[in-house]
Design a protein around this ligand. Structure first.
Ligand SMILES: Cc1cc2nc3c(=O)[nH]c(=O)nc-3n(C[C@H](O)[C@H](O)[C@H](O)COP(=O)(O)OP(=O)(O)OC[C@H]3O[C@@H](n4cnc5c(N)ncnc54)[C@H](O)[C@@H]3O)c2cc1C
Length: 534
C-alpha cells in the first residue's frame, strides 16, 4: 500500500476539548476587563507546548489582541417597530459565524443566527466531509476577517507549536472543525440550533420567516436575511434522475449519511469523479467494502501537478484563490459568464492525497469514459451497464455535486419566481449557452437577490444569498474558505441599507433648523471682553 497522508486519528490532538472550551467560554469579544499581557513572540513555542499552558496562553493572547482591536461598537441601528431582528442569518456554520462576527464589528445589533442542526452538528466538517485534510492551502485567511488573533494559524500554533504548523501539509479537517467551534466561542456568537427556516414570506419590504424550532412552528420578522445555508442552499444536491428513481435504501448522495458500516463486504458503485467521490470511495474501502467501482464520464482524473518527486503535492489549483478574486464581481457579465462556462467544462481537480487514499486499495476500480446506463433495482441490488459490461451493486453513492435551481429550494417557494437569474439578465453568444449558468441568481454587489421585473418585489434586496448560488456572480464557489474575501461586501451592504433606512429626513430638518445654543459662559465669563461687537 502506498504511504498515505495522516488519518484523523493521527492528527495531533490540540488539547482535551472540554478543558479547551472551559477556557474559550470565558472570552468575550470586546468586553475585556482583565489586563493581561500578551505572550512575547518567543513564547510562541516552536515545540509542542504543554496543553494546559497552551490553552492559558491562547486565552491570554486572544484577550490582549481583542483589547487592542477595541470593543465592539455599540449597536447603532435604529430599531423599527414591529420587527424582531435586524438580520437573521440562516446557517450557523463557518460562513454564518463569520458574517455574524463581521456585523458585530460593524455595530449592527439584533442579529439572530439560526441553524436546523443540533449543537455540534452544524456545517459539514464533522458530518459529510470525509477527507483527512482541507483541500485549500493552510495559510489562507478565514472567518477571522483580518483579525490575526482569531485566525486558524494563531489558534493552531499557540496550541501545538509553530513546528507543528510548519509540518502540516494542509489543515486537518477535524482541527478545522475544532477551530470553528473556538471561533464561535471566542466571538461570542449564539446560534439558535434546531431551528429551521421553512419559508420566507414577504411583508412589504420586511421578511416574515416561518421557522420550525425544536419541532414547533414559529414566525419572526426580519429586515434582512442572509442565506448562509451551504453548498446545497440554492437548489440542493444534484441527483441524476436514474439514481433518484431507485429505492431510497439503495443509494445515498454524498451529502447524506452513507451507511458505511453496512457496506463491509459489499459492492459499492460511486457515480462521479470529484473529490467527494474519491473520499466516499476511500471511506467505503476503509470500512471493508469488497469492491468499490468509481464511474467517470471523463477520460481522465485531474489532480494538482506534482512539481518533482521530492516536493510535497500542492493544493488543487482551483482551491487556492489569490485575493484578486475578491474583485471578480466587478468583471463584465460576459467575462463572469465565460469563466463560469470554462469552469463547468473543466474536470474538477482531486487533491492528490484523496486520490492516493482510494487508489491504495487493490479492490478499488476506476472506470473512465463510463456513464452508467440501464440502471435499475433488482433483488435488493442496483444493476447497470457501461457499454456491454454489466454491473451489480449493493449500494450506489451519488457523488454528483450540487445544483443551482431556485424553484427547488423549499425556503424560496413563495418568492423564487420574482428573483432575477442570469438567464433573465444575460444573453450569451451562440455556443456559450449554459443552462446551469442561466439558473444562477443574478446578484447585486451585496449578495442581494434582485427583482426580475423592473418594478415590484423590492423586498428581494433584503435577502442576501451567501451560498453556492452566488458562484457565478462572484466568480468563486461561495462558502469555500477563500470566499470570505467577499464577506466585507455583504456586511457593508447590510450596514449601509440599515443606516440609510434609519435616516429621518424630517427629524434632520428639525435638527438643522434648531437655533444653536452654547453652554453656560461661566467657565470663561471673567475673560469676556466683548459680548457684542456691533
Ligand atoms: C465535502 C466538502 C468538502 C469541502 N472542502 C473544502 C475545503 O477543503 N476547503 C474549502 O475552502 N472549502 C471546502 N468546501 C466548501 C465549503 O468550505 C464548505 O461547504 C463549508 O461547509 C461552507 O460553509 P457554510 O457555512 O457556507 O455552509 P455549511 O457548512 O454547509 O453550513 C450551512 C449551515 O446551514 C444550515 N442550514 C441549511 N438550511 C437551513 C435552514 N433552512 N434553516 C436553518 N439552517 C439551515 C445547515 O444545518 C448548516 O449548518 C467543501 C465542501 C464540501 C461539501
Amino acid at each position: 500500500m502506498a504511504e498515505l497522508t495522516k488519518h484523523d486519528d493521527d492528527v495531533p490532538s490540540p488539547i482535551d476539548r472540554r478543558d479547551f472550551f472551559r477556557g474559550a467560554a470565558a472570552l468575550t469579544v470586546g468586553g475585556i476587563a482583565a489586563a493581561t499581557e500578551i505572550a512575547a513572540p518567543e513564547a510562541q513555542t516552536a515545540a509542542a507546548p504543554e496543553p494546559a499552558a497552551a490553552a492559558q496562553q491562547l486565552e491570554e493572547q486572544t484577550q490582549s489582541a481583542q483589547r487592542w482591536i477595541g470593543r465592539d461598537p455599540a449597536d447603532w441601528v435604529k430599531p423599527r417597530p414591529g420587527v424582531d431582528h435586524n438580520v437573521v442569518i440562516v446557517g450557523g456554520a463557518q460562513s454564518g459565524l463569520s458574517i455574524a462576527y463581521g456585523l458585530k464589528r460593524k455595530g449592527v445589533g439584533r442579529v439572530e443566527v439560526i441553524d436546523r442542526a443540533a449543537p455540534g452538528e452544524a456545517g459539514i466538517w464533522r458530518t459529510i466531509a470525509r477527507m483527512h485534510q482541507l483541500r485549500t492551502p493552510k495559510t489562507l485567511g478565514g472567518p477571522e476577517l483580518g483579525n490575526p488573533a482569531l485566525s486558524f494559524r494563531a489558534w493552531y500554533e499557540t496550541l501545538n507549536g509553530t513546528t507543528s504548523f510548519d509540518a502540516l501539509d494542509r489543515i486537518p479537517r477535524t482541527a478545522w472543525a475544532d477551530y470553528i467551534d473556538w471561533f464561535q466561542q471566542t466571538t461570542g456568537t449564539t446560534v439558535r440550533y434546531r431551528t429551521r427556516l421553512i419559508e420566507i414570506e414577504p411583508q412589504g419590504d420586511l421578511l416574515r420567516l416561518h421557522l420550525e424550532q425544536d419541532g414547533a412552528p414559529r414566525t419572526v420578522t426580519a429586515r434582512k436575511v442572509v442565506l448562509a445555508n451551504g453548498y446545497a442552499g440554492a437548489g440542493g444536491p444534484n441527483v441524476p434522475e436514474f439514481i433518484r428513481a431507485l429505492p431510497p435504501n439503495l443509494w445515498t448522495h454524498t451529502t447524506g449519511n452513507i451507511p458505511f458500516d453496512a457496506l463491509a463486504g459489499k459492492i459499492v458503485g460511486v457515480v462521479g469523479a470529484g473529490s467527494s467521490a474519491f473520499d466516499a470511495a476511500a471511506v467505503a474501502l476503509e470500512s471493508g467494502a469488497a469492491e468499490v467501482h468509481l464511474f467517470s464520464r471523463r477520460s481522465y482524473i485531474d489532480y494538482p501537478a506534482l512539481p518533482s518527486p521530492q516536493a510535497a503535492p500542492a493544493p488543487a489549483p482551483d482551491r487556492g484563490y489569490p485575493n484578486l478574486l475578491e474583485m471578480s464581481y466587478e468583471l463584465p457579465d460576459v467575462v463572469r459568464w465565460r469563466n463560469f462556462v470554462l469552469g463547468d467544462r473543466r474536470v474538477a481537480s482531486v487533491p492528490f492525497d484523496s486520490l492516493e487514499r482510494a487508489v491504495a486499495f487493490d479492490n478499488f476500480r476506476i472506470h473512465l469514459n463510463s456513464s452508467l446506463s440501464d440502471v435499475a433495482a433488482a433483488g435488493g441490488k442496483v444493476t447497470g451497464k457501461v457499454g456491454s459490461k454489466s454491473f451489480s451493486f449493493d449500494h450506489l453513492v451519488a457523488a454528483t455535486g450540487y445544483r443551482i435551481d431556485l424553484p427547488l429550494q423549499p425556503e424560496l417557494k413563495r418568492i423564487h419566481e420574482a428573483i432575477a437569474t442570469w438567464g433573465d439578465r444575460f444573453k450569451p453568444s451562440p455556443g456559450d449557452e449554459n443552462a446551469a449558468g442561466a439558473a444562477h441568481p443574478y446578484l447585486g454587489a451585496g449578495f442581494e437577490f434582485l427583482p426580475r421585473g423592473a418594478t415590484g418585489a423590492e423586498y428581494l434586496r433584503n435577502i442576501h444569498c451567501f451560498n453556492l448560488g452566488a458562484a457565478l456572480s462572484f466568480g468563486i464557489p461561495v462558502g469555500d474558505v477563500p470566499s470570505v474575501v467577499d464577506q466585507p461586501r455583504l456586511i457593508s451592504a447590510i450596514a449601509r441599507d440599515l443606516y440609510v433606512e434609519g435616516v429621518d429626513v424630517a427629524a434632520n430638518q428639525r435638527f438643522v433648523n434648531t437655533p444653536l445654543t452654547g453652554p453656560s459662559s461661566a467657565p470663561y465669563e471673567k475673560a469676556v471682553a466683548t459680548r457684542d461687537a456691533a
